[in-house]
Ligand binder design. Structure first.
Ligand SMILES: C[S@@+](CC[C@H](N)C(=O)[O-])C[C@H]1O[C@@H](n2cnc3c(N)ncnc32)[C@H](O)[C@@H]1O
Length: 414
């Protein structure tokens, strides 16, 4: 169906997204990838962002405000002189987002109702970070919009993106097509629920464990997923093409382990072939291998400026930050491995990560404030800095891979 901007605007006026009933203000659980400053600092700024400097943040397609609230709160907690700019097509969404910020006392945010395409005129000064979460799927001409956003980025800046994953959403578009054939309108949530309830076991939507259970979903979610007038999903290869054509480079997908299948292949010859692929080809392979990535969370920077936060592993002053494991908690290490659950959207994956007898003490000492040097000093015995670096790198590879750990030169509260 041809793209019609007025239908998208009308849809989000009626169905502000995500569903944030009155009383929802901002709590920690609503801060997530890509809009979490701890991840942004790691993947866009190589862990070295100076938060004492002015930082311009654009929330493009900000919806009901999770990202503007989360980024505003994190910047305020850091004492960062941040300038936040929010834009969305939907007046109703903007009102909800604005009210949430007002209740939290987050000031100095500029709110626009309008199209991302008009940002260069509305806000000519460049941005250090652009949040573009769950919006690329609904803009019609993705290339035009990404080109525009790329042009709004400061040279060392970057963008955090969430784009729907084509394979992981298998079945969702079948339901959308059936509803269109049946003449369902944008607000026909009852019809959508009736169809979802009637699907036979053989249907791809029913077979997709991520989406099969919909009875507990609020109406806004049902409308957004099945009755959306403009919705497309992407493969990793398509995202790479769109980003590269806009002069951007994908810096990382999060969690990184989900985009690397080599370790899961037992056959040594095949594992080696996969491991030798370029990084982006390994991501393309892993998407096909896993099949269930319904959301691609990733960071992009200007082409040729991909930062390497892993270099902080050599810095004594670098601070490891756990992104959701509470400080002081450590797993039990048995036979050189420990069990870990990686959350990917509604699904959870059980992983076993490598560790040594020192890993638990290292993990327990990480509190988001202590530096690598300070963590080293808490360890019993006379471990050398070199040995500590090896031990820490092992912990880091596993937990960063699972989306649980980032590195930073400054503490970043959530
Ligand atoms: C699925 S919602 C995502 C909201 C928010 N980013 C989040 O992740 O919670 C998509 C949002 O993009 C907005 N949108 C879509 N196309 C847009 C455009 N061209 N310019 C501005 N906003 C747009 C919609 O109005 C809607 O609020």
């Amino acid at each position: 169906m041809a793209f019609d901007q007025s239908r998208v605007t009308a849809f989000y006026e009626t169905h502000p997204y995500p569903y944030r009933p009155p009383g929802t203000v901002g709590d920690d659980t609503l801060i997530g990838v890509p809009s979490d400053l701890r991840f942004i600092n790691h993947y866009v700024f190589g862990g070295r962002r100076d938060f004492g400097k002015k930082m311009r943040l654009l929330i493009a397609g900000g919806g009901t405000g999770d990202a503007v609230v989360g980024l505003g709160r994190q910047a305020a907690a850091l004492g960062c002189p941040a300038e936040l700019v929010y834009i969305d097509l939907s007046t109703r969404s903007r009102e909800i987002a604005e009210e949430r910020c007002r209740k939290l006392g987050l000031g100095g945010i500029r709110f626009h109702t309008g199209r991302i395409q008009d940002v260069p005129e509305l806000e000519p000064e460049a941005f250090d970070y652009i949040d573009f979460c769950g919006v690329i799927n609904h803009v019609g001409d993705q290339q035009q919009v990404v080109d525009i956003l790329s042009g709004c980025l400061a040279p060392g800046g970057g963008m955090g993106v969430m784009a729907y994953g084509q394979l992981g959403r298998t079945g969702v578009y079948h339901v959308q097509d059936m509803l269109r054939l049946a003449g369902a309108g944008q607000g026909d949530v009852g019809t959508a629920r009736a169809l979802l309830g009637a699907l036979p076991e053989t249907n791809w939507h029913r077979r997709n464990a991520i989406f099969a259970e919909t009875s507990g979903e609020p109406d806004v979610e049902i409308a957004d997923r099945y009755l959306n007038p403009a919705d497309r999903a992407f493969t990793v290869a398509e995202l790479r093409s769109v980003m590269n054509a806009a002069g951007l480079e994908i810096a990382a997908f999060v969690p990184p382990l989900l985009y690397d299948a080599a370790a899961e292949i037992a056959d040594p010859a095949l594992r080696e072939r996969v491991a030798k692929l370029s990084w982006i080809d390994r991501c393309i392979f892993a998407e096909l291998f896993h099949g269930d990535i319904a959301m691609h969370n990733f960071y992009v920077v200007k082409a040729g400026r991909r930062p390497d936060a892993d270099r902080l592993l050599g810095e004594k002053a670098a601070i490891p930050i756990m992104t959701s494991i509470p400080a002081g908690q450590a797993p039990t290490i048995a036979n050189g491995r420990y069990g870990f659950t990686m959350k990917c959207g509604p699904l959870a994956r059980k992983l076993t990560l490598p560790g040594t007898e020192n890993s638990a003490s290292i993990i327990r000492a990480i509190d988001g404030v202590r530096s690598l040097q300070q963590i080293h000093r808490t360890l019993p015995g006379n471990m050398s800095w070199r040995q500590f670096q090896r031990e820490f790198a092992l912990v880091y590879r596993g937990l960063n891979g699972a989306g649980e750990m980032v590195l930073s030169m400054t503490p970043i509260p959530r």
